[in-house]
Design a protein around this ligand. Structure first.
Ligand code: ZN
Length: 587
């Protein structure tokens, strides 16, 4: 009797001490503060700091009582092609001058250059394009030569061919024509580029494009062109009228390129809470923990490359969500298992989620649904965007029936593919939902910091997501999958190149047709200078009526850089007339 009583009290005691029945805001804050601290260095995929973040997540998983899925470890490493680095042996020499030029000042290799030593005279080929509109290679032989091309395109080039401005395209065309090297020069029309040297951007393009490629400064370009009594400015003007290609006299140069390309390792962090009645089926909930490191690629604040890009919203917020939900569900399991996953490599192209699916530690066909959290820390006006709602017929009503309790205004989009890890799962015919509090001015800049987060909002958002997770984990039937194909003819529009930059930040959650709603204007950009603000609706631009973001994109296609155009905005019911001067979009 006595013993029984003791056991009974211990049970009550332990339960009241350890039972978790609440998601806690303080925990969310704690995780974000740590992950987005300067010490974590922006959590670049494959970096030491990224590894520290992974271990932190793994340690938390373990403390909650999650189980690993593979080899007894929460860390599931994968190999990826690391962005290239500039090696020691890069050289650019103008031969008859016997002049050795300085890397990062006079020249810089392009990240897709091969490693080679090439030597030849230079053929100037204008913009280096071959199309119906223009053939820079007509009547000129470039076989085994080094070509010099201008960045960008002439002003009057057709909209449909704007993609030919791409550096990568121009190098492929030059190679196609038999050239063994390509030199990029920035003309004077490109007024918005920060430097006349192409910034070395180590994308995740680990592959070289089988040609030596460098960018040189305007000063060096002028000194080379002078030998043919040409100047960059005059050439650029002449190219507005048509091709102008020629062999530059006495222009023998040597280019040596040396880029280090290596494979590297990074880890997804994966743990499971076993289901009570259907442990072999699982709902997977994840968020990427990697970010941009010090901004050497994908940074939208190019003047602050080298500073920590903390990524508090993107995506320490989602990672904190994964952690706090893991803690909660470890104590409150559902019928299905729940896999908690922090992805790496997202910013380099969904590398972590793709790698995991290729070699998954849980049977893919037994994953009933996938939830993704990417940027859930900046709830504003209670607007929560949920993507992927069209991927299962059961989502929409379940989402809508729960939102009010958490005072959330939902903006639902149907498409299962988009720029985050849920896309990888959707490709495997798994129903998905992705939660997102919206894009903002600090997105992918060095200013995406902890103090800008709305933790109270994230707390409500996370409780809402937790309820959806509980629903999915306990849903009695199989969760039906629907392949949702977007019928929107404009959906590919974001990929086309525009020649001008306006600096508007669209409010993607706005779905009406009253104009393009802004969630801000890039400070110092043309829209900002014109006086556009957050909350404004652009209702006409360059004399075109604008009902939505697509109309706006068409309207800017007709704009020329540095040419002022009229715009009308609606602010607080009033219509204002503004003048906007778009600038050249950098290539
Ligand atoms: Zn993200």
């Amino acid at each position: 009797m006595k013993n029984k009583f003791i056991i009974f009290t211990i049970l009550i005691f332990t339960q009241s001490l350890f039972a978790v029945d609440e998601i806690l805001q303080t925990n969310i804050e704690k995780h974000v503060k740590f992950l987005a601290s300067d010490e974590l260095g922006g959590r670049l995929t494959g970096s030491v700091e990224g590894e520290i973040a992974a271990r932190y997540i793994a340690t938390e998983f373990e403390s909650y009582g999650l189980e690993p899925l593979k080899d007894g470890s929460f860390l599931e490493p994968f190999e990826f092609a690391a962005p290239p680095k500039i090696g020691e042996f890069n050289r650019f020499e103008i031969q008859d001058k016997n002049q050795k030029l300085v890397i990062q000042k006079d020249f810089v290799p392009i990240s897709f250059s091969n490693n080679d030593i090439v030597e030849s005279e230079i053929v100037f080929v204008g913009y280096g394009v071959k199309s119906d509109a223009r053939n820079s290679y007509k009547n000129i032989k470039v076989k085994d030569k080094i070509v010099m091309v201008l960045r960008g395109l002439p002003y009057n080039f057709p909209d449909s061919l704007q993609s030919l401005a791409a550096l990568h395209y121009k190098s492929s065309e030059a190679r196609e024509q038999g050239a063994k090297g390509i030199i990029y020069v920035t003309g004077y029309h490109n007024i918005d580029v920060l430097s006349d040297l192409v910034r070395f951007r180590p994308y995740n393009k680990n592959k070289d494009n089988a040609i030596s490629a460098i960018s040189i400064s305007q000063k060096v370009a002028e000194s080379i062109l002078k030998k043919s009594k040409k100047s960059l400015k005059k050439l650029e003007d002449s190219l507005e009228k048509g091709s102008n290609s020629f062999v530059i006299k006495k222009s023998k140069v040597i280019i040596q390129t040396d880029l280090i390309r290596k494979n590297n390792l990074a880890s997804n962090v994966v743990g499971i809470v076993k289901g009570t009645t259907k442990p072999n089926e699982a709902i997977l909930i994840g968020g990427h923990y990697d970010h941009l490191g010090f901004g050497h690629f994908s940074s939208l604040s190019p003047n602050h490359v080298g500073e920590v890009h903390n990524g508090a919203d993107d995506n320490a917020s989602g990672t904190a969500g994964v952690l706090e939900l893991a803690r909660y569900f470890a104590q409150n399991p559902t019928e299905r298992s729940i896999i908690f996953m922090a992805f790496s490599g997202e910013e380099m192209g969904l590398l972590g989620s793709k790698a995991w699916l290729k070699n998954s530690s849980f049977a893919k066909e037994k994953i009933s649904a996938m939830f993704n959290m990417d940027m859930i820390g900046r709830l504003e006006e209670n607007k929560l965007i949920v993507n992927g709602v069209g991927t299962s017929e059961i989502w929409e009503s379940e989402l809508n029936s729960r939102s009010e309790e958490y005072k959330l205004k939902l903006f639902l989009t149907k498409d299962g593919s988009g720029p985050s890890d849920y896309s990888s799962f959707y490709e495997e015919n798994i129903p998905v939902l992705s939660f997102f509090t919206g894009v903002h001015e600090d997105y992918h800049t060095f200013e995406d910091d902890t103090e800008k987060l709305n933790f109270e909002g994230q707390f409500r958002t996370l409780k809402f997501i937790g309820e959806m997770l509980e629903f999915a984990g306990n849903y009695e039937n199989d969760i039906p999958f629907t392949k949702y194909k977007s019928n929107d003819p404009h959906s590919g529009i974001a990929k086309t190149g525009f020649r001008v930059y306006v600096g508007t930040i669209p409010d993607y959650s706005y779905e009406g047709n009253e104009g393009m709603k802004l969630s801000g204007a890039k400070s110092g950009g043309p829209a900002d200078k014109a006086g556009m603000q957050k909350g404004d609706f652009i209702i006409s631009f360059n004399k075109r009526e604008v009902k939505n973001i697509y109309d706006f994109m068409y309207a800017i296609q007709d704009c020329k850089p540095n040419k002022t155009v009229p715009a009308q905005i609606k602010r607080d019911g009033k219509i204002l007339d503004l003048q906007v001067t778009p600038i050249n979009k950098k290539q």
